[in-house]
Design a protein around this ligand. Structure first.
Ligand SMILES: *[C@@H]1O[C@H](CO)[C@@H](O)[C@H](O)[C@H]1NC(C)=O
Ligand SMILES: *[C@@H]1O[C@H](CO)[C@@H](O)[C@H](O)[C@H]1NC(C)=O
Ligand SMILES: *[C@@H]1O[C@H](CO)[C@@H](O)[C@H](O)[C@H]1NC(C)=O
Ligand SMILES: *[C@@H]1O[C@H](CO)[C@@H](O)[C@H](O)[C@H]1NC(C)=O
Length: 525
């Protein structure tokens, strides 16, 4: 079937739900659907098939898969347990009992989202306004995947076109010349504000610095390892804390308020004098002391800062639980710091139980993933395996008490930039300005399988199933009492038949078939 015909057919099928399906483009030919993107332009973009009204005996099932399904919606009915399953002949089908227990309530969800970087804004700005609007709607709109969280760098990071801070005047300890930059006004603020409007103000924003101004650092530059000059609690420390306060004030003047801040992006990289882009060194002890003696009091003393969620670490989870132990064992630092920010880059090499462990030691602190991307040398258009890496990680994290997951750049160009030190990476949306198009990578859909229905303030609930590295799920009850189950099957050949049960439907079962390399979000009332 050629793609024009298949688009036409899916358009016909979609009429009853009134939504726009994926405009497929097969990157390596239709025989390799695991390399497929959905194309959006000024006149067309796919959106999320609405839930509609579910009757009391039905659940909606949304499927995305390596064979090219994207949020494909179907309705499944709860049946009596004695009913026969409709198994397909000649296939390896594994029956998986899945039992959900809403009375076992675990962590509360903060949200899901991505980052407003200079690079993202530069790329979005390169599209005409109609295409830009499709992109923003895709992430934040009621017919999109409804991101509820956003991160933004304080001044420059590697995903900028050059190195800059908000006060590059050496010796300006009073921050008299502190000012936001063209990048804030052109590439961050407009898109943050559009996202805020589309989410009805329901966007949790947090900011992270990559480095203090070069003149405040021991190495004289934002790039490369180094720490704040002077002695702990000295003038550089106090100036750096006031920089956070000024940042909140300047953004507030532009109509943007922050839910949170991380103290420092990837502080451990600052030990490396040759580090390739902006960084600044803290270890757990120096972060604890800076929070306790300088930053915590400065934020508490500021109208805009006092309710900001100040997160510690913002680095790889291999630093857990020690980092949390050092910061939270101090009662004063503890009182200023409600949560731990975690990056995903070493998750394949470190145990997910480190998250568990941190939670059990510090049950009143939240764990939030604050950065993730596929950093294997730029984008690979349409690659399903990269999306599967995302879902593998997200399911594991959520099952280990993580309260939310924030992707990196919301959009990049076809080379995975711009990035002033050429540290190009992949992103869920890639933009080809020369064609006036953007492409939704499989990763975009994976993010949506979590962000769309696991609304902020949803609570993870008990789930019992025989999980493996390939087949695993996670269950929630939302604030409107919807039940949401996300299950992934990354096996190449095994089909699973989920047999879902829940105590409030005694004697009933919901049967959902999960083909190989598939993720499903299952929703019922
Ligand atoms: C935009 O995308 C739609 C759907 O794929 C397509 O029919 C239309 O021709 C595209 N417009 C342009 C200008 O490429
Ligand atoms: C602030 O900027 C002005 C104009 O560039 C400059 O003359 C002045 O010295 C700066 N102030 C400080 C404290 O660096
Ligand atoms: C608190 O704020 C006041 C007025 O803005 C300022 O004078 C004082 O130095 C601040 N204290 C701290 C600890 O930041
Ligand atoms: C840690 O998390 C896993 C899920 O990855 C869970 O099965 C396990 O029971 C947890 N450990 C403890 C000690 O609760």
């Amino acid at each position: 079937m050629n793609s024009a015909l298949s688009l036409l057919l899916s358009l016909l099928v979609s009429v009853s739900y009134c939504y726009s399906p994926c405009a497929r483009r097969y990157v390596r030919g239709e025989s390799q659907p695991e390399f497929m993107v959905c194309v959006c332009n000024a006149t067309y973009c796919d959106d999320f098939p609405p839930l509609g009204t579910l009757d009391a005996n039905s659940a909606a099932v949304y499927i995305s898969s390596s064979v090219g399904q994207r949020f494909e919606r179907s309705t499944v009915t709860w049946t009596q347990k004695t009913d026969k399953s409709s198994q397909k002949e000649g296939k390896l089908v594994v029956q998986k009992p899945v039992s959900i227990d809403p009375s076992v309530r675990m962590q509360t969800i903060l949200g899901f989202g991505g980052a407003f970087t200079d690079a993202a804004g530069i790329n979005i700005a390169s599209l005409d306004s109609a295409t830009q609007e499709f992109l923003m709607q895709s992430y934040y709109g009621p017919n999109g995947i409804q991101y509820s969280m956003g991160r933004t760098p304080m001044a420059s990071c590697d995903f900028s076109t050059h190195e800059y801070s908000y006060d590059d005047y050496s010796g300006d300890f009073a921050l008299q010349n502190f000012s936001l930059t063209t990048e804030d006004y052109q590439y961050k603020i407009p898109y943050i504000k559009r996202a805020m409007a589309l989410t009805g103000g329901d966007l949790k924003l947090f900011a992270s610095p990559w480095s203090a101004p070069g003149w405040m650092k021991t190495n004289g530059h934002m790039k490369g390892g180094g720490k704040l000059k002077g002695f702990p609690g000295g003038i550089y420390d106090h100036t750096w804390a006031q920089y956070f306060v000024r940042y909140l004030e300047e953004y507030n003047k532009n109509g943007i308020n922050f839910w949170g801040m991380t103290m420092q992006n990837e502080p451990t990289t600052g030990i490396d004098v040759n580090f390739g882009w902006q960084t600044m060194y803290f270890n757990a002890q120096s972060e604890r002391d800076f929070i306790k003696n300088v930053l915590g009091p400065a934020l508490q003393n500021s109208t805009l800062g006092k309710n900001v969620m100040l997160m510690t670490m913002d680095d790889q989870r291999s630093n857990l639980p020690d980092w949390a132990d050092v910061v939270f064992s101090d009662p004063v630092a503890n009182s200023f710091t409600p949560g731990v920010a975690v990056h995903w880059y070493q998750d394949r090499e470190s145990q997910d139980t480190l998250l568990n462990l941190t939670h059990y030691k510090w049950p009143n602190k939240f764990l939030l993933y604050t950065e993730a991307c596929i950093d294997q040398g730029g984008p690979n258009l349409g690659e399903w395996a990269r999306a599967d890496d995302y879902s593998h990680d997200i399911v594991k994290d959520l099952n280990n008490w993580v309260s939310g997951w924030t992707d990196w750049n919301i959009a990049l160009n076809m080379q995975g930039g711009p990035n002033w030190v050429n540290n190009v990476v992949d992103a869920p949306i890639l933009i080809d300005a020369s064609k006036g198009e953007f492409y939704k990578q499989p990763m975009y859909y994976i993010m949506g399988h979590f962000s769309k229905f696991i609304r902020p303030n949803s609570v993870r609930v008990g789930l019992t199933m025989a999980s493996t590295d390939q087949v695993a799920g996670v269950a929630f009850v939302t604030p409107t009492n919807q039940r949401v189950l996300v299950v992934r099957n990354s096996n190449l050949f095994e089909t699973d038949e989920l047999m879902i049960t829940i105590p409030d439907r005694p004697g009933q079962v919901l049967r959902v078939t999960l083909e190989p390399e598939t993720i499903a979000t299952i929703v019922w009332n």
